[in-house]
Design a protein. Structure first.
Lengths: 261, 272
């Protein structure tokens, strides 16, 4: 375990050194990543500025939900996003053997060596937006709500991680299709809005099967003090989802044929 | 006359080859059959919740807004373009040299490629999604005026291409134009009306759109499709807005040609 942590930290350091050596590209990339993800809160603001609303949700509550979503996206993208693209590239080029030959589990190597520092902007943006939204709502979360929020937020990251790993796993079979992430981006969209706006079937799906509601909605209700304790049980499907992602990735590695490299 | 015939023959053969080339990767395009309806479904529930008991928002009824999102998705399949990415890649890698040596203008070649690529999009993305939106979501997807809609979508197709191509030409100066391209695509997604109808914007922001290329790529053809155009408090008849769109496209083509004139002088082929 100690060795794994030390390897991971070395890889993180290397990723930052690499990013700093191309600093203008890094800064620009970080800003663009941030801007591209704060567009949907602007859409929410435009909707509310026209006098409409999502049921009983105030504008700042919806923005809080979307800020938490952004934060979750930032953290998960920091850890997992590189795995998707790098796996796709290795498979397309037939160079995944390089990963398989390393003296460590391939998935761990892929996660460690593909830390994505550009997502830092997204994390910072998410934190700032969350703080601003909370300040405007005027709620000071109690300790118990914060604990619930953290448990649910981490579960949301697990869901995101599961999604990234499933995407990467699919690329073993669906070689070179750069649109795979689009499929999952579309599914994730359900997590950006209050769950109440969707019908029962979609609520069930986003709570238990592909638990994207845990990315933004449930952590938000926990922070606002509107969730009950039983909702903590919803963290279980999220962990199962991540485990499924890890399992399917490792399973798909066995299907890798290479190109005789 | 023979020049036009020759150009049409070139366009046809390049488009056909591109069509065949991309048809080999048709599952790539087929992703849209899942992604398009899922995004549409999300929009459907968002706007149903937003409208609540009914009424109008920014002058649009719920059914109009839902139809707007279906129509913008369909138009996107007909006009989708990545000429900017392609051109900057050719410049960065030096491969542009092979085109510079050909007795054929590269922008025309790229336009012909786009025609072929979008023909494939028409069969694999547009038609299936049209059927899904019509039969599954029961949305009226038939254009109010088929003739004007075809003209407007064709103009949007040209506008999108020339805007992207001009953007790609920035690589003659910057070499790696990824940053500027991404920034532009963000602004474009927002101001073209892809995320929310432009009538939801503040009035001053709506008025600015008349002088920017974005609305002519998506919002205008979508409004022509649905049969009434209004922006910034200005209501125009369909022939008028299509004429304005044509004027904007001609201006964009001229800008693109001027930029091309200066850009080509900057090219230094790698290994040439």
């Amino acid at each position: 375990m100690k060795k794994a942590i030390s390897i991971y930290l070395s890889c993180v350091k290397t990723a930052f050194s690499k990013a700093i050596s191309y600093r203008s590209s890094f800064i620009f990339g970080t800003i663009i990543t941030l801007l591209s993800n704060i567009l949907f809160p602007i859409v929410t603001m435009l909707i509310y500025s026209n006098g409409a609303s999502f049921f009983k949700w105030s504008i700042w509550e919806v923005l809080l939900l979307q800020s938490i979503y952004t934060m979750s996206l930032g953290v998960s993208s920091l850890i997992f996003n590189g795995v998707v693209w790098e796996t796709m590239n290795h498979i397309r080029e037939g160079s995944f053997e390089i990963v398989l030959l390393r003296p460590m589990p391939p998935l761990f190597y892929m996660i460690a060596s593909n830390f994505n520092p550009e997502s830092i902007g997204l994390c910072i943006g998410g934190v700032v937006m969350t703080s601003v939204s909370l300040a405007n709502i005027g709620v000071m979360p109690a300790a118990i709500h914060l604990v619930k929020f953290l448990a649910m937020f981490i579960s949301g990251i697990a869901v995101m991680g599961g999604l990234y790993l499933i995407m990467a796993a699919i690329s073993f079979k669906w070689v070179g299709n750069s649109r795979i992430p689009e499929i999952f981006d579309s599914v994730k969209t359900f997590g950006k809005y209050p769950l109440e706006i969707f019908p029962k079937q979609i609520r069930f799906l986003t709570k238990f099967i592909i638990p994207v509601a845990m990315i933004g909605f449930f952590p938000c209700t926990a922070l606002l003090g509107n969730s009950n304790n039983s909702e903590l049980l919803l963290c279980i499907p999220c962990l199962i989802f991540l485990i499924f992602g890890i399992w399917i990735y490792n399973k798909m590695i066995k299907l890798y044929e290479g190109v005789g490299g | 006359m023979s020049i036009i015939k020759k150009q049409l023959a070139i366009l046809k053969s390049v488009a056909f080859v591109t069509y065949k080339e991309w048809a080999a990767y048709r599952t790539h395009s087929m992703v849209s059959i899942f992604v398009g309806p899922v995004y549409f479904l999300v929009q459907y529930y968002i706007w149903t919740a937003v409208y609540g008991d009914g009424g109008t928002l920014a002058g649009m009824e719920l059914s109009q807004t839902i139809r707007y999102f279906g129509v913008t998705a369909l138009i996107g399949y007909l006009t989708m373009d990545f000429a900017d990415w392609n051109l900057q890649m050719l410049i960065r890698t030096g491969k542009y040299l092979t085109f510079a040596l050909r007795p054929l203008n590269h922008s025309f070649f790229a336009l012909s490629q786009k025609v072929g690529h979008r023909f494939l999009g028409f069969y694999i993305e547009f038609i299936p999604c049209f059927i899904i939106f019509t039969l599954l979501f029961r949305i009226n997807m038939i254009p109010e005026s088929i003739g004007w809609t075809i003209i407007s979508v064709a103009l949007a197709f040209l506008m999108n291409f020339y805007v992207n191509y001009t953007l790609g030409m920035t690589a003659f100066w910057l070499v790696d134009s990824n940053g500027i391209r991404h920034m532009f695509s963000l602004v474009s997604a927002f101001f073209s009306g892809g995320l929310i109808p432009l009538v939801f914007f503040p009035n001053w922001l709506q008025n600015i759109q008349f002088f920017l290329p974005f609305q002519y790529v998506l919002y205008v053809p979508a409004m022509v499709w649905t049969g009434n155009y209004s922006l910034g408090g200005i209501t125009m008849s369909i022939p008028h807005i299509v004429a304005l769109q044509a004027l904007a496209v001609i201006s964009m083509i001229i800008i693109s040609k001027v930029v091309n004139h200066f850009a080509i002088k900057r090219f230094t082929g790698v290994g040439a």
